[in-house]
Design a protein around this ligand. Structure first.
Ligand code: HEC
Ligand SMILES: [Cu+2]
Length: 345
C-alpha cells in the first residue's frame, strides 16, 4: 500500500506528460478519421466506467453513513430478502450499459476491418525489420525506408509484414496499432486530412533496440506526393552520377561499401540489407531517431563508424578508419547530402 502511494503520483505525472513530447506519440490527440473513431470509443468507455464508479461509490457511501450502528441503538434492523424490482433494475442497467458500449464498438470494428482497396485508395506494403521500416508502393513501383509519404485525404491501406520477428506498427495520431507477423499479412487503413509529420513506433519487444524502431508518416498534399513518387521512381541522374567532384568521389565510396545493402534510385540493396536511401537527405533523423545536429554535430559520420553505439544489435556493420579514411568519409557525407527527391537545396 505504501508503495502504491509512492508510485501513483509518478504514474499520473507520466500519464499527463505522455501527450507532451514533441513526438506527438499519443492516441489522445487524434488527427484522422480512424484515430477519431478509436478516440470516441475510448471516451465512451471511459464515461460509462466513470458513471458506474460514481453511482456505485455514491450508493456505497450513502449506505455506510445512513445505516451505520448508532450509539445506544443495538436493535437488529428488519431483515429483507430479495426484491424483485431492485433485482430487475440492477440486472437491466448493466445490460443497457453493455449495449451502449457494444453497438458502436462492433460497428466501428467492422468499419476498421474494411481494408479492401478501391480505385481511390493507395496500398503500401510495410515490412518490419530489426530495427527499421520498409515501405513499398506496389502500384507506383517504389520503395522507401523509414519515412512513409502519403497524400492527404486519401484512404491508405497498409499491408503489414515482417522479415524476421514480430513487429508492431503504430501511428497513434492516425490509427491504432497492428502486428507485423512473419508469413502473415495483416492490414489496416487510415487517412490523414491534415498535412503533417506523424510519429510512428514499433510497439513489439522485437529485439535489443526495439524501443528505437521509430518511423514517420509524412502526409503531404496530393501534388507534392505525386512529385515525391515521381522523384523516387525516376530519381535525377545526379543521384547515381553526381556532377560535383567531391560527391562523385563519395558515390564511389558508396558503391564500394554501401550499395550492396542500401539501394539508391532503384539500384542496389538486397532483401536482408538496409533502408532505401534515395531520399535520405530529406529525413529529419538518422536511423529513425538520431537528430542530425544535436550535441554530436557529426551524428551521421558517427553512425556510419559505430552504428552499434546508437542502436545495439542492429544489422549495419561498422566502418572504421581502415575501411573508410577521413577524406573518403568527407566525400561520402557530401554524396549522402545530395540524396533528395523533393527539394534540391
Ligand atoms: C550489411 C548491410 C549494410 C551495409 C553494407 C551498410 N549498411 Fe547502412 N544500414 C544497414 C541496416 C540494416 C540499417 C538499419 C539499421 C537500423 O536502423 O536498425 C542501416 C542504416 C543506415 C542508415 C540510416 C538510414 C535511415 O534511413 O535513417 C544510414 C545513413 C546508413 N545505413 C548508411 C550506410 C553507409 C553510408 C554505408 C556504407 C559506408 C552503409 N550504410 C553500409 C545495413 C547496411
Ligand atoms: Cu520492431
Amino acid at each position: 500500500m505504501k508503495n502504491l502511494w509512492r508510485v501513483l503520483p509518478f504514474s499520473l505525472i507520466l500519464l499527463l506528460l505522455a501527450g507532451c513530447g514533441k513526438q506527438n506519440l499519443t492516441a489522445l490527440d487524434p488527427r484522422g478519421p480512424v484515430a477519431e473513431m478509436q478516440y470516441s470509443l475510448i471516451i465512451l468507455s471511459l464515461l460509462i466506467m466513470i458513471f458506474v464508479i460514481v453511482v456505485v461509490a455514491a450508493i456505497y457511501i450513502y449506505v455506510l453513513i445512513r445505516f451505520r450502528e448508532k450509539p445506544g441503538d443495538n436493535h437488529i434492523p428488519k431483515q429483507v430478502e430479495g426484491n424483485k424490482n431492485l433485482e430487475i433494475i440492477w440486472t437491466a442497467i448493466p445490460i443497457v450499459l453493455l449495449l451502449i458500449l457494444a453497438v458502436p464498438n462492433v460497428m466501428d470494428t467492422f468499419t476498421l476491418a474494411e481494408t479492401e482497396p478501391d480505385e481511390d485508395s493507395l496500398v503500401i506494403e510495410v515490412t518490419g525489420h530489426q530495427f527499421w521500416w520498409e515501405f513499398e508502393y506496389p502500384d507506383l513501383g517504389i520503395t522507401a525506408g523509414q519515412d512513409v509519404y502519403i497524400p492527404t485525404d486519401t484512404r491508405i491501406i497498409f499491408d503489414l509484414e515482417a522479415s524476421d520477428v514480430i513487429h508492431s506498427f503504430w501511428v497513434p495520431a492516425l490509427a491504432g496499432k497492428q502486428d507485423n507477423v512473419p508469413g502473415i499479412t495483416n492490414s489496416l487503413w487510415l487517412e490523414a486530412p491534415e498535412e503533417g509529420v506523424y510519429q510512428g513506433k514499433c510497439t513489439e519487444l522485437c529485439g535489443e533496440s526495439h524501443w528505437l524502431m521509430d518511423f514517420k508518416v509524412i502526409a503531404v498534399d496530393p501534388d507534392t506526393f505525386e512529385a515525391w513518387a515521381q522523384g523516387m521512381a525516376e530519381p535525377e541522374a545526379e543521384l547515381s552520377e553526381p556532377t560535383g567532384d567531391v560527391a562523385a568521389e563519395g558515390r564511389e565510396v558508396y558503391e564500394e561499401n554501401c550499395l550492396s545493402c542500401h539501394a539508391v534510385g532503384g539500384e542496389g540493396g538486397n532483401p536482408q540489407g538496409g533502408p532505401d536511401l534515395t531520399n535520405f537527405a530529406e529525413r529529419e533523423v538518422i536511423a529513425g531517431f538520431i537528430e542530425w545536429d544535436a550535441e554530436d554535430g557529426d551524428a551521421l559520420e558517427n553512425w556510419i563508424r559505430e552504428p552499434q553505439d546508437y542502436k545495439p544489435g542492429n544489422n549495419m556493420p561498422a566502418f572504421g578508419h581502415e575501411a573508410i579514411d577521413e577524406d573518403e568519409m568527407d566525400s561520402l557525407l557530401e554524396y549522402l547530402d545530395t540524396l533528395r527527391v523533393l527539394d534540391s537545396e
